[in-house]
Structures are given as structure tokens and as C-alpha cells.
Design a binder for this molecule. Structure first.
Ligand code: PFF
Length: 455
């Protein structure tokens, strides 16, 4: 596709909505709270915020710069900007990461659809925590039911991606995001006012720094990359659709703030209720699916809130799966010249296969372990704790050390039309802090840290 023909997002709001749509998803509402619950509460939050600020924001800007300069899919952008070099492999790694993320993400996305149906059937009210936990366990370990929802979700994703960047992606996010925000705030108010809820706020906002260790740091960093959709070319692909007129700096700030806000608000909705109801905060992936139905059961108008919430959660998941699928589809279509609809169909089938492995690993195949993990956990850990941070490291190094500094400034300033206040800070972060920081965090966790006596 020539540069002129390349589609771009229509309006300014469209760009932010699409990038925020990718960022805001199950990562904020499902994954963030349970990771925080498992990895020490407030201390995790502090490290997470530092990772977002010091690693996430510079990597997001780097991805936008690469994509908008390269005007191509993730591997193609690298190839155009560094012809004859091997940087495109970083893009390819991103395509692989997208695949693996989709491989467990669609399972959880499918769960949200099941919960829409449960909400409509008024299945939460009057039920105790133990019952809600059993309902979730029975459903998620079932062999067929989760597969049906997962398949439906994958078809929905393929359909929107088929409709194209502008019609499908942009329109579906614009007005649903504020609605999601509103509902989480309402949930938060109810949760905080439950008896004993203050304990949850303390868990969230009073950091116990003795809880920090190398796995807490790696998990917080991984979650930052996961939540902001970074390190695997998603924001490179979307960056290539951003018009040359858009202000990249504003986009980075807006997407990051919104994403972080939703994760924190979701935790405010969850932890007071967790403590009030006596649920274990380190419960794991089922945390949200047990806690929130309980909150709805105790809320005036809870029936309607519950339906609205799970519908919006499914939509938030959808705008994320769309962006994941788009990374792969843009790559295959542009690099190999296949027809878009065929690629979408083929990739969807492959993703469904991974999803099946993930879903079975929670039920009938719970004994099958690779590196000591089931498929679900394996796909999750391999992407958020390895592929995405390593991808982010290379992306930072590429922008910091390989691209021409003036070309970067040109891109960030829209050819000198807007001011770039933090350019030197940005260059410092991508040259030194991000690569060294990410590198040390990974090495430390692998245990080399002990050899180098970093601990
Ligand atoms: N950021 C998404 C979430 O928080 O749910 C997940 C995600 C989407 C990760 C797209 C990576 C990506 F490319």
C-alpha cells in the first residue's frame, strides 16, 4: 500500500479512542487487580506506577514514532526505517506475542460473555461468596461452554477487523469508554461503603515495602507493558494509522492517564469488597468474577448495573482483541500480499486452537504442564513477563540508538509545528533508563542477579 493510500484514523478523538481502546481492557479490570492482590497490594501499585511513567510512556512514544515514520505494519516499519538490518525481527516477535496473548485473552473475554448472560438471568442476587466461587469454578473448568463463548468472541473480533480500521475500530470505542468509566466509579462508591471496606483501601494505598522482591518488580513491569499494549508492535501498527497532524505527545499522555485511571478505579471497586466479604485478595484470575457479582448483589439497582458492567467489559475486551488481531493481519497482508479476509479467517482459526489449549488447561488438562505451567499461565507469563518487556527494550534501543535524532524530533514535533518540551528527557529514557532498567529487572528475576550480587 502506498503512503498516500494508507488509511488513517478520522479525528483526534478517534486516535485516542482507538489507542485507549487497545490499552483499556481485561488487563485493567481483570488482570491488574489480581496481580496486585497476589503481589503485595500497595507496594505493587507504587512499582507499577513507576514502570508506567519511566518505561511505559517512553516506549509508547517510541512505538508511535516508529509506526508513523515507517507507515507500515510492525515488522515492515522496522524494515523501512532500517533497511538491510535485522530490526524487523523485533516486529516479528511482536506478531508472535500477539498470537500468544490472544491465545489466553479470548478465553477470559469469553467468560465476560457468559457473565453477561448470568447477569441477565439474575444469577448473582442473594448468593453468597462460596456459591459464586463455585459457579465460576464449575463454568471455567467446564470443557465445552467456555469454548463456545470464546469462539463467539473470536468471530466478533474478526468481524470488526474485517470492517476495517476506520469503520470498525474507531467507532466502537468512542462513546463506550466514558460509560465504562462511569460504571466503575459507581461500583467503587458501593464497594468503599461496604462494612469493613476501609481495610481494602489500606491494602491498596498503604504500601508495605517489605513485600517488594524481584518477582513483584517483574510482574509490575510486565503488567505495565500488558496494560498499555506495549512491546509487541500494537502501538507501532496503530501509530502507522495516526495522521501526521495529530499530536503524539498528547496522545501518549491521554492514553496512559486513562488506562492507569481505569486500573486504579477498578481496584477501588474490588479490594474494599474483597476485604468486606472475606475473599482472599491473592485468589488469582477468578478474583474479579467472584468479587464483583457479590458487589452487584449488594447494590440498589444491582441487576441493571451488572448487565451494563459485563457488557462494557466485553466491549473493552473486544477493542483490545481487535488491536491484537490487527497487528497480525496487517503484518501478513502487507508482507505477503494475502487477501485480508482470508488472513483474518486463518488467523482466527489458529488463535482458537491456542484458546482451546488455554481453556482446557484450566479443566480437563490441568495436569498438562510445560515448564511447570499450564497453557493458560504459560501464554500469559511468556508474553507479559518476557516477550513484551524484551520487545520494549529493543524498541527503546532502536529509537535511542539507531534512528536519527533529528528525524525523531521532526516526527514528535510534526515537522517543527508543535513544541516538544521533554525531548532530552525522552532521549535519556529511551537510550539509557528503559533498556538498562528493563534488562536489569529481567536478569534479576532469572537469578543472574544473585551471581552479580544485585540482590
Ligand atoms: N492492553 C490490553 C489490556 O489491558 O487488556 C491487552 C493488550 C491489547 C495487550 C493489545 C497487548 C496488545 F497489543
Amino acid at each position: 500500500m502506498s503512503e498516500k493510500e494508507r488509511i488513517s484514523f478520522g479525528s483526534k478523538l478517534g486516535v485516542v479512542a482507538a489507542a485507549a481502546g487497545s490499552a483499556v481492557g481485561l488487563g485493567n479490570i481483570w488482570r491488574f487487580p489480581y496481580e496486585l492482590g497476589q503481589y503485595g497490594g500497595g507496594a505493587f501499585l507504587v512499582i507499577y506506577l513507576l514502570c508506567v511513567l519511566l518505561l511505559g510512556m517512553p516506549v509508547m512514544m517510541s512505538e508511535f514514532v516508529i509506526g508513523r515514520m515507517g507507515q507500515a505494519n510492525t515488522a515492515g516499519s522496522f524494515r523501512k526505517l532500517a533497511p538491510g538490518k535485522k530490526w524487523w525481527i523485533v516486529g516479528l516477535m511482536g506478531v508472535l506475542a500477539s498470537f500468544l496473548i490472544l491465545g489466553f485473552y479470548i478465553v477470559v473475554a469469553g467468560w465476560t460473555l457468559e457473565y453477561v448472560v448470568q447477569a441477565v438471568g439474575d444469577r448473582f442476587s442473594g448468593r453468597e461468596t462460596a456459591t459464586l466461587a463455585k459457579v465460576f469454578a464449575d463454568f471455567s473448568t467446564d470443557t465445552f461452554r467456555p469454548l463456545l463463548w470464546m469462539a463467539l468472541f473470536t468471530i466478533l473480533t474478526g468481524g470488526v477487523v474485517y470492517a476495517g480500521v476506520k469503520n470498525g475500530i474507531e467507532k466502537s470505542t468512542k462513546f463506550l469508554m466514558p460509560l465504562l468509566l462511569l460504571i466503575i466509579i459507581a461500583l467503587g462508591v458501593r464497594s468503599v461503603t461496604l462494612p469493613g471496606g476501609a481495610e481494602g483501601l489500606r491494602f491498596l494505598f498503604q504500601p508495605d515495602f517489605s513485600k517488594i522482591n524481584s518477582s513483584v518488580i517483574l510482574s509490575a513491569m510486565g503488567q505495565a507493558f500488558f496494560s498499555l499494549s506495549l512491546g509487541m508492535g500494537c502501538m507501532i501498527t496503530y501509530g502507522s494509522y495516526i495522521s501526521k497532524k495529530n499530536n503524539l505527545q498528547h496522545t501518549v499522555v491521554e492514553v496512559t492517564v486513562l488506562d492507569t485511571l481505569i486500573a486504579v478505579l477498578a481496584s477501588i471497586a474490588i479490594f474494599p469488597a474483597v476485604f468486606s466479604l472475606g475473599i482472599n485478595p491473592a485468589q488469582g484470575p477468578e478474583l474479579v468474577f467472584i468479587t464483583l457479582p457479590n458487589v452487584f448483589a449488594h447494590m440498589p439497582g444491582g441487576y441493571f448495573w451488572a448487565i451494563l458492567f459485563f457488557v462494557l467489559l466485553a466491549v473493552a475486551a473486544l477493542t483490545s482483541t481487535i488491536s491484537l488481531l490487527e497487528v497480525i493481519v496487517a503484518y501478513v497482508v502487507e508482507e505477503f500480499g494475502f487477501k485480508r479476509h482470508r488472513v483474518i479467517a486463518l488467523v482466527s482459526v489458529a488463535v482458537l486452537f491456542l484458546g482451546l489449549l488455554s481453556s482446557f488447561s484450566l479443566g480437563i488438562w490441568s495436569d498438562v504442564k510445560i515448564f511447570g505451567m499450564g497453557f493458560f499461565t504459560l501464554f500469559d507469563n511468556a508474553t507479559s513477563k518476557i516477550l513484551m518487556p524484551v520487545g520494549g527494550l529493543f524498541i527503546a534501543v532502536f529509537v535511542g540508538w539507531s534512528l536519527d535524532k533529528n528525524a525523531i524530533l521532526n516526527e514528535m514535533s510534526n515537522e517543527g509545528k508543535i513544541k516538544v518540551g521533554y525531548f532530552r528527557l525522552f532521549m535519556f529514557l529511551v537510550r539509557y533508563l528503559a533498556p538498562i532498567g528493563i534488562g536489569l529487572i529481567i536478569i534479576n528475576q532469572l537469578g543472574f542477579g544473585k551471581l552479580l550480587s544485585l540482590e
